[in-house]
Design a protein around this ligand. Structure first.
Ligand code: PLP
Length: 371
């Protein structure tokens, strides 16, 4: 069955069961529980919740391995760090990993005595640092320059070196790229972004093919207490049903935007998986079904970038990405990425392609006028 079809039905009650298509959120701190609790699925609100169960069933169908839901992407990422890494262990991270992932590793993990090695995503450079490593962390495409690495090749090298592999799959989601099928131990994502796509909630999850790691992650959540709220979980499950539709339009828009930017004189460079990198191009259509909704480009100067953002009428200036509303920002305003002053990260929404391109085109003209 096509993944789009699976996702529309995943985690729902059986087709012939009377009742709501997707039963609403169930709010419970505790459950009425007479007698022996041993065989009761729902005992106390931190242990389990039927709304999480439905959401996790959907994520499991999407990922191809059992999933555990967390209240944010960072809660999911820190759950892997906390269950896998011990003092003296080595973790190999992308030098261009999501900023907070890097901060957490170089702060909390380093203080615990975990050694952190960094290498760029591009060129599978992390593969050269695997000697003695416990965990290889990948993020492909990376942010905000959208470099790509080969998950299957790096997973094989990690396995040979005795290391586990985690892939931060936030940007593409498992609908476009399946880390577990490519050999990763963990597929982790911020569901705040493309997966739910409405800019109205934060969530995250970890899927793993290993029953042992799945149980450890569940125990970590129960004991550590980082649990998702039923309302967010239910909203996320609603949003998930349109993932295939959203991705189709948003990837179409990204591809059209790349073509438009490449012929625009104001644009000095365009970053999109497979755009200028032959190795990444080979992974398009194999590792990744499509290259996702995020496009980055460089307008050279801060004043041009600010003029561009100010002139857009459909594009909101906001951080984050993956939503149905197009958004963009000048990344250098955070001071966290090694990018130029005119570098823009653009998240293509689900607007009609012609409208989006017309808006970008007039905003680029305004940027040129700004000098
Ligand atoms: C946003 C993001 C995260 C963190 O997710 P939150 O839901 O904000 O905690 C992790 N990795 C990537 C690639 C992200 O874009």
């Amino acid at each position: 069955m096509h993944l789009d079809t699976t996702v529309i039905h995943a985690g729902h009650p059986p087709v012939h069961e009377p009742g709501a298509f997707l039963p609403g959120p169930l709010f419970a701190a505790t459950y009425v529980l007479p007698g022996d609790p041993a065989n009761q699925p729902y005992t106390y609100g931190r242990f389990a919740n039927p709304t999480w169960s439905a959401w996790e069933a959907a994520l499991t169908a999407l990922e191809g391995g059992p999933a555990v839901a967390f209240p944010s992407g960072m809660a999911a990422i820190s759950a892997i760090f906390a269950t896998v890494l011990r003092p003296g262990d080595v973790v190999v991270l992308p030098a261009d990993a999501y900023y907070t992932t890097r901060l957490l590793a170089q702060g909390w993990l380093a203080e615990l005595g975990v050694k952190v090695r960094l290498a760029p995503t591009r060129g599978d450079a992390q593969g050269d640092l695997l000697d003695g490593a416990r965990l290889l962390w990948l993020e492909t495409p990376s942010n905000p320059e959208l470099h790509v690495c080969d998950i299957a090749a790096l997973s094989a090298r990690a396995r040979a070196a005795g290391a586990l592999v985690a892939v931060d799959n936030t940007t593409l989601t498992a609908a476009l790229q399946q880390p577990l099928a490519l050999g990763a131990t963990f597929s982790v994502a911020s569901d705040t972004k493309m997966l739910t796509g409405h800019a109205d909630l934060l969530l995250g999850h970890v899927a793993t093919a290993s029953e042992e790691w799945h149980q450890k992650l569940r125990t970590w959540r129960t004991q550590g207490g980082a649990i998702p709220g039923p309302m967010e979980t239910w909203l996320a499950h609603r949003h998930l049903q349109t993932l295939g539709l959203r991705l189709a339009r948003q990837c179409d828009n990204a591809e059209a935007l790349v073509a438009c930017l490449r012929s625009a004189p104001a644009v000095q460079a365009v970053y999109y998986p497979g755009n200028a990198d032959a190795a990444a191009g080979r992974l398009l259509g194999t590792q990744m079904k499509r290259a996702g909704c995020v496009v980055s480009f460089d307008l050279g100067t801060r004043s041009r970038a600010e003029a561009f953002l100010g002139a857009c009428t459909l594009v909101r200036e906001a951080t984050s990405f993956g939503g149905i509303h197009s958004s963009a920002e000048r990344r250098a305003r955070w001071g966290a990425d090694a990018v130029g002053e005119g570098f823009i990260r653009f998240s293509c929404g689900a607007e009609a392609t012609d409208d989006l391109l017309a808006d970008v085109t007039q905003a680029l003209a305004a940027a040129v006028r700004a000098g």
